[in-house]
Ligand binder design. Structure first.
Ligand SMILES: Cc1cc2nc3c(=O)[nH]c(=O)nc-3n(C[C@H](O)[C@H](O)[C@H](O)COP(=O)(O)OP(=O)(O)OC[C@H]3O[C@@H](n4cnc5c(N)ncnc54)[C@H](O)[C@@H]3O)c2cc1C
Length: 304
């Protein structure tokens, strides 16, 4: 214990509940928990975890995450680096811990266009970069100018978008597990009224399709690449609709009545309920269409 506190300092927390930090509101506790407000705190956390051989996991807004009911037997590093500023008229520097929606609002307030697609996407900027979050034909990878990362040795480095190999809901960070500290977002000057109208339109299109007040993690499965489809993707929701997903429940987990690719916690679900329902959906789609759905939602901890 003394070694741990020497390494991390007094801000290290023990047995921290993770459910309130996720949009599903399910799952157990993290053995250790450390909130970082700067790149140097992220460096300290990673160096200390490696030196003490403690496994670690990086947490953003917890909106694309299913945490095991047994919790996580390691260190959760929560990235709470905040800050938003325009640095040269058309570029925004943003902390990885900022809400993506705060970035959309800030871009609008500064008459900068290019972020509207992200209106209504939950979570942090860091989490969005990790998973190349997107909607309405846009994705965050296409507006990145540069990113500051902390690598496995605790070294801070700046990389460009090519390094991240952005693809559909994917980036190279899923391989390296480096931590995003902040990013520069390249936008263009536009008409503020038009930008605000586009944001409003996207928010109203999302309204009803997403359980905005409910407990979910957005789409559970990735769409399937298909050049014949709009945006080049066959919506997983269409396959799920076809297998009667909307009628399915497991314990407190159910499929959202207006979108078959969203699993919601009705209020009493465990992570196990959600995982079991997801497994049933996968198996039925595989049986009927021969397609293996891939999870968009990330998992933390044991599920066997
Ligand atoms: C109602 C609702 C609607 C949604 N709609 C969409 C949508 O339209 N499009 C879409 O793409 N997603 C959508 N999502 C899913 C989710 O909002 C995004 O995937 C979001 O980008 C996740 O960010 P987060 O900070 O919550 O990540 P978390 O859930 O905290 O983490 C997800 C992954 O990112 C990693 N990560 C988090 N922060 C960092 C960091 N700083 N550095 C490195 N890795 C990090 C974590 O290790 C984890 O593997 C929706 C979710 C909800 C609840």
């Amino acid at each position: 214990m003394a070694t741990l506190l020497e390494a991390f300092g007094p801000n290290l927390e023990f047995a921290r509940e993770l459910a309130p930090l996720t949009s599903y509101r399910t799952g157990g506790r993290a053995k250790y928990f450390y909130s970082c407000r700067s790149g140097s705190e992220v460096t300290r956390a990673i160096e200390s975890a490696r030196r003490l051989r403690i496994p670690y996991f990086v947490l953003g807004g917890g909106t694309n995450l299913l945490v095991s009911d047994e919790g996580y037997d390691g260190l959760v590093i929560k990235v709470d680096v905040v800050g938003l500023r325009v640095i040269d008229g058309e570029t925004i520097e943003v902390g990885a811990g900022e809400d993506l929606m705060a970035l959309v609002d800030f871009a609008t307030a500064n008459s900068l266009t290019g972020m509207e697609f992200a209106a209504g996407i939950w979570g942090s900027v860091g989490g969005a970069i990790y998973g190349n979050a997107g909607a309405f034909g846009g994705e965050i990878g296409s507006v990145i100018e540069s990113i500051r990362l902390v690598d496995h040795d605790g070294t801070i480095k700046t990389v460009g978008p090519d390094y991240c190999k952005f693809a559909y809901r994917d980036s190279y960070l899923k391989v390296t597990h480096e931590v995003v500290v902040d990013a520069r977002i390249k936008l263009t000057k536009g008409d503020q009224t038009a930008i605000a109208a586009k944001v409003k339109d996207i928010l109203s299109q999302r309204d009803g399709k997403h359980p905005n007040d409910g407990l979910s993690a957005g789409c559970f499965f990735k769409n399937i690449p298909d050049v014949r489809e709009k945006y080049g993707k066959l919506p997983a929701g269409r396959l799920l609709e076809d297998i009667g997903a909307k009628q399915l429940t497991v314990g407190g987990a159910r499929v959202f009545e207006r979108h078959a690719n969203i699993i919601v916690n009705s209020g009493t679900a465990t992570s196990r309920d959600i995982r079991t329902l997801a497994d049933i959906l996968k198996a039925r789609v595989k049986e009927k269409f021969g397609i293996e759905l891939q999870e968009e939602v990330q998992q933390l901890g044991k599920f066997d």
